[in-house]
Design a protein around this ligand. Structure first.
Ligand code: KG4
Ligand code: ZN
Length: 320
């Protein structure tokens, strides 16, 4: 309910209307939230005290992700849709990340190369329109964010590992690489990635040295970012070249990383200084509701609203 309070505050410029729910609607809401009785109770009480904001569409993540978590969101959104009589649409989390740079007012031209780097995904895709995507490469093992999180753990850093590694790496003033970490699959002719070997290389170095001192930890964090940056840049450049694309759009939690942004910008500009590269605002790199609203809107333009009964969670939803 605190989120709904926030919604009402955020929609301060929109008209509001008090709705009185019929017994039938109340029953329908209780039914949809039957597994979360307490939530149903709180929501019904909240709806009696708060007005309906004048919004046109409710977008909710339908996948990919853990299905119980997805269902919790979907059922809540359905309950709101019934209460407020507002259409609903399921949005793809990955599409949300992909178009997150648009939230900053950027408007990259189609077709472009999309690079999604998050806790669960590492995908390269050709994006021909807001709704036409072709995946050309993915990770064969760990997702890139997962690799950041695991390496952070090896370095004794807190979760989530990405921001922690980034902070530590920034302390490396010499920017010299002392560990020479591998760049798995950097020279493979496809567009797939593999990050588990990089993580294992970090593990072996730490094991061999028994303990890293602070300076070595800093160098490891920095070296890890450099290795990841080199891999991402090389794959992106190969794909731009092969598919004759001029624009790269990057999204996902790991795109918040400032060192990776710099490496990608530098290497892509060296490759071709006419190449354009777009990132989300840092605050919209990691998971956020705005990117889901936008992805839902694009899908709505193409397919229209979802039928309440047909909107289901799909843990394995891919970029399509
Ligand atoms: O997109 P996201 O918020 O959630 C998923 O869809 O997975 O991504 C989360 C991932 C985590 O693995 C986290 O460590 C990583 O993004 N991350 C970062 C940074 N901020 C978040 N990785 C590197 N540098 C960062 N600054
Ligand atoms: Zn995400």
């Amino acid at each position: 309910m605190p989120l709904l309070d926030e919604l009402i505050k955020e929609t301060k410029n929109l008209e509001k209307e008090i709705v009185v729910l019929s017994q039938e609607e109340k029953k329908e809401i209780q039914n949809i939230l039957s597994r979360e009785e307490k939530t149903a109770e709180l929501l019904l009480a909240w709806l009696e005290k708060n007005p309906k904001p004048k919004i046109d569409l409710i977008a909710v993540t339908s996948g990919p992700g853990l299905e119980p978590a997805l269902w919790a969101g979907i059922n809540f959104a359905k309950a709101l849709s019934i209460a407020w009589q507002i259409p609903i649409i399921g949005a793809n989390h990955l599409v949300g990340h992909l178009f997150s740079p648009w939230l900053a007012g950027h408007n990259p031209q189609f077709p472009f190369l999309g690079l999604i780097i998050s806790g669960g995904h590492t995908e390269l895709a050709i994006i021909r329109s807001f709704t036409d995507y072709q995946i050309i490469g993915s990770t064969r093992d760990d997702a890139i964010g997962e690799a950041f999180d695991k390496v952070a753990r090896l370095l004794g850093l807190p979760y989530p590992g990405g921001p922690a590694i980034s902070e530590l790496a920034k302390k490396n003033k010499t920017r010299k690489e002392i560990f020479n970490l591998p760049r798995p699959m950097i020279n493979s002719q496809d567009f797939d990635f593999s990050f588990s070997g990089l993580k294992t290389a970090v593990l072996y170095i730490i094991k061999k040295k028994e303990k890293l001192d602070e300076k070595e930890k800093i160098a490891m964090a920095d070296g890890f970012e450099k290795a990841v940056g080199d891999i991402l840049a090389k794959k992106a450049i190969n794909a731009l070249e092969k598919y004759n694309l001029k624009t790269l759009v990057v999204g996902g939690g790991v795109s918040a990383n400032s060192a990776l942004r710099e490496i990608l910008k530098e290497k892509l500009t060296n490759y071709n200084n006419k190449t354009k590269i777009y990132f989300p605002e840092t605050k919209y790199s990691t998971d956020n509701a705005l990117m889901i609203a936008q992805a839902g809107y694009f899908k709505f333009l193409k397919d229209g609203q979802d039928n309440l009964d047909k909107l289901i969670a799909n843990g394995n939803l891919s970029l399509k």
